[in-house]
Design a protein around this ligand. Structure first.
Ligand code: GLN
Length: 480
């Protein structure tokens, strides 16, 4: 049973296990857990071949690289050369990547083994993994519950021990919320920390690749490997404080000032047990000499509408490339003209939620409504960024819940779009402002499901984020 990359490497070096043994173990577990529907495709033969090659290399005395033999799963929106990438959409059925995403290339350079691609909400739009052409992924703790979304498959792959770590994407919470629902660690770095080259675009000014793992250290190690500059993504920013996993230990006397938002902690949607558990964390931090400050956050009720207006606008533009000519699905119906051809390709290829966002995006960008919706939402985003910059002049980090509830039942919110969107109330803030954020599993609810806390730090300060997360994870009794 896998506990950490460090222990796995020690076992490899002392010959008590091999990469091949690890891959065989995961292939077997994936096959025993097919009902979870976490994987879209499993690269069985290829992963075994890579494992054997790595074993031989190591046994011949070659030094091991940072992710030697680490078994990784990818969300089905991340390009892996010569492998299918479909964004869990009918429109990209059978589409094969022509190149590696930079993050994937960095993983391979450090000798990781990619075991398969994971189910997700179509084009990463959703909070429950129910919007996939492959059907829903199930939460491994309770199969009647969603795993969260949109990176539900990648989260369950780690949760159910079907791989060691996985990559997802987080545009409005799609790594952190499923991590929270599944009881694992989920990191969304600052905007610009991990290259978006080879990540299928949803809303480009929000999208970030994120990392799932069982421990903060494993997640930090993967970030060390993939969070590096890339000439193919001009929004990259290399000035992050975090460079190396060895930086995680905090000097014993270091004290932090941590903010909480009054409106978040008092929010009507927040489950009382989750609110109380967060209070316990805050009390513990105070006892250890850290300072907690309560801040007013008047804009809370505006952030979900702002997020959905802006992401829909970006999505309708990004998704216009799927026209059936250059990419993906082409209709078999007779067509009258070019417009009819586009229309049939897109009508048949896209699912309901994606269509809703394309229509919403075109609506908020249309001449009659641009000022009322798109411009206003951009103004709110600017205000949020400015207020956040001010806030971080007086504190080091923010603590809040990741999600207002634990994992909900499959089908519970599927018909109520607004309820589904409101499930993102505590995660979209980090994407609107570009802040790094991490979901940490710390508790088990009386309903049996896991939940934790979310930590946020200033832009590019992954170091403080990961140090605090490591401190909280080692100080607490982790549930999985
Ligand atoms: N649930 C959010 C949405 O549907 C977030 C998705 C994401 O982060 N990819 O937009």
């Amino acid at each position: 049973m896998f506990t950490s990359i460090h222990t796995y490497h020690q076992n490899l070096l002392s010959n008590t296990t091999s990469c091949e043994e690890a891959v065989k173990y995961y292939i077997q577990k994936i096959s025993n857990n097919q009902h979870l529907n976490a994987f879209v495709e499993v690269y069985t033969e290829e992963a075994l071949q890579t494992a054997k090659r790595l074993d031989e290399k190591r046994k011949s005395g070659a030094p091991i690289k940072k992710l030697h033999g680490v078994v990784v799963a990818l969300k089905d929106v991340i390009c892996y050369k010569d492998h299918k990438v479909t964004a869990s959409s009918a429109i990209l059925q059978d589409f094969v990547s022509m190149y590696n995403a930079t993050a994937v290339q960095y993983l391979l350079d450090e000798e990781a083994i990619i075991i398969g691609s994971c189910n997700c909400d179509e084009f990463a739009m959703g909070s429950s993994n129910e919007n996939s052409v492959y059907g829903p992924t199930l939460n491994a703790i309770d199969n009647s519950k969603v795993p969260g979304g949109s990176s539900g498959g990648s989260a369950v792959a780690v949760q159910a021990d079907l791989c060691m770590v996985s990559l997802g994407s987080d545009t409005g919470g799609s790594v952190r919320q499923p991590a929270d629902f599944c009881g694992i660690v989920g990191l969304k770095p600052s905007y610009g920390k991990i290259s978006r080259y080879g990540l299928i675009a949803y809303a480009s000014s929000f999208d970030q690749i994120g990392i799932f793992g069982k421990t903060v250290k494993d997640v930090a190690l993967v970030l060390e490997v993939i969070g590096k500059n890339d000439d193919f993504d001009s929004t990259m920013d290399e000035t992050s404080t975090f460079k190396h996993v060895d930086q995680l230990l905090i000097p014993a006397n270091k004290k932090y000032t941590i903010a909480i938002f009054k409106q978040v902690m008092d929010h009507i949607s927040l489950d009382k047990e989750i609110a109380n558990a967060i209070q316990t964390v805050l009390e513990n931090l105070k006892t250890q000499g850290h300072q907690i400050v309560e801040i007013n956050f008047d804009l809370l009720d505006y952030i979900v509408p702002t997020y959905y207006v802006l992401t829909a606008a970006e999505a309708c533009s990004n998704l216009s490339r799927y026209d059936g000519i250059r990419y993906g699905h082409r209709t078999n119906e007779n067509v009258k003209d070019l417009n009819d051809f586009y229309s049939k390709n897109r009508t048949e290829g896209f699912g309901k939620e994606v269509k809703r966002r394309i229509m919403l995006g075109n609506f908020v960008l249309s001449s009659g409504y641009y000022d009322a919706y798109f411009s206003k939402a951009q103004q709110v985003r600017t205000l949020l960024v400015e207020q956040t910059e001010q806030l971080f002049k007086t504190c080091d980090a923010i603590i809040m819940p990741t999600s207002p509830t634990t994992a909900f039942a499959i089908g519970e919110k599927k018909k109520d779009t607004i309820a589904m969107y409101l499930a993102d109330i505590f995660t979209v803030f980090a994407n609107l402002t570009g802040l790094p954020a991490i979901a940490l599993p710390l508790f088990k609810h009386s309903n049996g499901m896991p939940f934790g806390i979310q930590l946020l730090t200033p832009q590019k300060d992954e170091l403080t984020l990961l140090q605090l997360a490591e401190m909280l994870q080692t100080n607490s009794e982790v549930i999985i």
